[in-house]
Design a protein around this ligand. Structure first.
Ligand code: ATP
Ligand code: MG
Length: 578
């Protein structure tokens, strides 16, 4: 019946029948625990030598030798191992240990397959709780129904069979965190996968955490320089911001994120790269790239590759975020990249369909929006009272044929503070990074730009917009007047200026000087193909002959009129000799 609780029966298992006095003690124990009298049965068994085992519904009290031994083992496992000599600690734990009447709640596997197990007999299990299956396989409760719960398994389901037992742990999924994770590659549960040995954690944090409340936040006002010219000048990103990188496959999305990480060298910013559903070979390549550019020391790579079970891919970004939160709470700045959330949504869809949830738009479950919003809301800039740390998030989304109105892209566009839109056509035309200036936007980063950059970038976006219009307009014109031709040339020069090789982040002074010079039409008359050589030479000239100007821009972040005029004069002179 729906509302009628099943009457509980207590069963004692032991080799020898308990005496009347012992039975009375059991009765008293049960009455204290459950507040009601209940029938007590006895069953003979040799399975639990050296004591009794009492089962009440799904609660199990094991006073047999085996049960007490397991309890002692669980206590010893919890002894902290990170402070050198553990022998005295072990001694103390053992001498103070007394067995307790602790209930273990044990249920039973009803069905298992495709990484999902349905479990009966654990009515008190909570959503997100970790369950322990046979052979140490762990799973997470993802679906709660009246008589059974759906649980996703974190590893192979081979040892989990129908009828095998399942134990509650009372804990939600979490990940070890700490400084020792820097420079390492770990899986979604925080275990190392780079073969460099154990990682000594400083703490343990839940993978699903509440986003910081409004009162704990402060506005985004400090730049997070990516070193990518087109982004820093036109779509600046601030610490604590969420900026989406979106584009078709193979348009340089990952490259932008990796360059942004490389650019954090010496800027006191921890980076976390979360690879979801990627090939293992790509992840190794990124690890090596970061290492080559001395960027691995301040970076953690969290990976749930395409071959991992969907549940691991599903929790990977939350685990990465938890690792970032550890540093944010310590007042540090963190940059986290989720590469990519389209594959994350696909993993979640697979998992939900296996759990028999009804599919919605594009067969994604109805809560896929909430899935990503609760992840991205955890990016924040904390107020100074609680340390002033931040998490800046760069989620990546893959589009199909540039369609930003598909379900997952629209969702994530609406949750983030702007997007860098990468376009295949630009990419194949050699315009790399292939940032579409018209469709990209950064909604809060403007406040975070340095004054120098803001002043220098001035009319860049408008000039480029005019150029694009004119380009379309004059596409079929045969002869152009001089002014139009000059304008087209100017626009082409700017576009060429924004091209940037991979792994070559540009410093502040490099960007500011280039912008000031180019927007004053200094490059007029230089063949488009020679623009890169001109800019390179000019910057070198500044760095060798006018190092004071460079360092003034880098340290003050300001560009007063005198400084601007100096840059213009020096550039004009250099232009004459070019
Ligand atoms: P996928 O959809 O497969 O994840 P992606 O959008 O992440 O692809 P990347 O892997 O970053 O794209 O880049 C695709 C290719 O383009 C890579 O070979 C990369 O080296 C090259 N590439 C990216 N950016 C640039 C650049 N600025 N200059 C030259 N080559 C680039
Ligand atoms: Mg990629």
């Amino acid at each position: 019946m729906m509302n009628e609780e099943k009457a509980l029966t207590a069963v004692i298992y032991s080799a020898v029948e308990p005496s009347e006095e012992q039975k009375a003690r059991f009765g008293q124990f049960l009455k204290n625990k459950y507040g009601t009298e209940m029938p007590l049965e006895w069953e003979r068994t040799d399975a639990f030598p050296g004591g009794f085992r009492l089962e009440v519904g799904s609660d199990i009290y094991d006073w047999s030798v085996g049960g007490r031994f397991r309890q002692l083992r669980d206590t010893l496992v919890k002894v902290p191992t990170n402070n050198g000599n553990i022998i005295p600690l072990l001694k103390e734990s053992i001498s103070t240990w007394t067995p307790e009447a602790m209930a273990e709640q044990v249920g039973e596997v009803l069905t298992v397959g495709d990484g999902i197990a349905t479990v009966g007999g654990l009515p008190q299990a909570t959503f997100g709780e970790i369950l322990l299956f046979a052979d140490g396989v762990r799973g997470m409760v993802q679906d709660i129904r009246r008589d059974e719960i759906g649980c996703v398994l974190f590893s192979d389901d081979e040892s989990v069979t129908q009828g095998s037992s399942v134990k509650r742990t009372g804990k939600t999924a979490g990940t070890p965190v700490g400084e020792a994770f820097l420079g390492r590659v770990v899986d979604s549960l925080g275990s190392p996968v780079d073969g460099l040995g154990e990682i000594e954690a400083s703490g343990y944090m839940p993978v699903e955490a509440q986003a910081p409340p409004i009162i704990d936040r402060q506005p985004v006002d400090t730049p997070l320089e990516t070193g990518i010219f087109s982004i820093d000048s036109m779509f600046p990103i601030g610490r604590g911001q969420r900026e989406l990188i979106i584009g078709d496959r193979q348009t340089g999305k990952t490259a932008i994120a990796v360059d942004a990480i490389i650019n954090q060298k010496g800027k006191d910013c921890i980076c976390i790269y979360v690879a979801i559903g990627q090939k293992n070979s790509s992840v190794v390549q990124i690890q090596q790239t970061l290492k080559k550019h001395d960027a691995l020391d301040y970076t953690i790579i969290v990976t749930a590759s395409a071959s991992e079970p969907a549940p691991l891919q599903y929790i990977a970004p939350y685990a990465g975020c938890a690792m970032g939160e550890y540093f944010m709470r310590k007042g540090k700045d963190v940059l986290i990249v989720y590469d990519d959330l389209s594959k994350h949504a696909v993993a979640y869809r697979a998992l939900s369909l296996l759990l028999d949830r009804s599919p919605g738009r594009e067969a994604y479950p109805g809560d896929v929006f909430y899935l990503h919003s609760r992840l991205l809301e955890r990016a924040a800039r904390l107020s100074d009272e609680i340390g002033g740390g931040s998490i800046t998030a760069l989620p990546i989304v893959e589009t199909q044929a540039g369609d930003v109105s598909a379900y997952i892209p629209t969702n994530i566009i609406s949750i983030t503070d702007g997007q860098i839109f990468l376009e295949s056509d630009l990419f194949f035309a050699g315009q790399r990074p292939a940032v579409n200036v018209g469709l990209s936007v950064s909604r809060v980063g403007g406040d975070a730009q340095t004054k120098a950059m803001k002043k220098a970038a001035g009319t860049l976006r408008i000039d480029l917009a005019q150029y694009r219009e004119m380009e379309v307009f004059t596409q079929f014109a045969s002869d152009l007047d001089d002014q139009t031709r000059a304008q087209l040339e100017y626009g082409q020069g700017l576009m060429r200026m924004l091209r940037q090789k991979q792994y070559r982040p540009k410093s502040q002074h490099e960007q500011v000087i280039t912008l000031v010079m180019a927007l004053a039409h200094t490059m007029q008359g230089i063949e488009t193909d020679k623009v890169p050589a001109f800019i390179e030479g000019l910057i070198e000239h500044f760095e060798t002959e006018h190092a004071d100007i460079c360092s003034r821009i880098d340290t003050t972040g300001k560009l007063d009129d005198d400084l601007k005029q100096d840059i213009l004069d020096i550039s004009a002179k250099y232009r004459e000799k070019f």
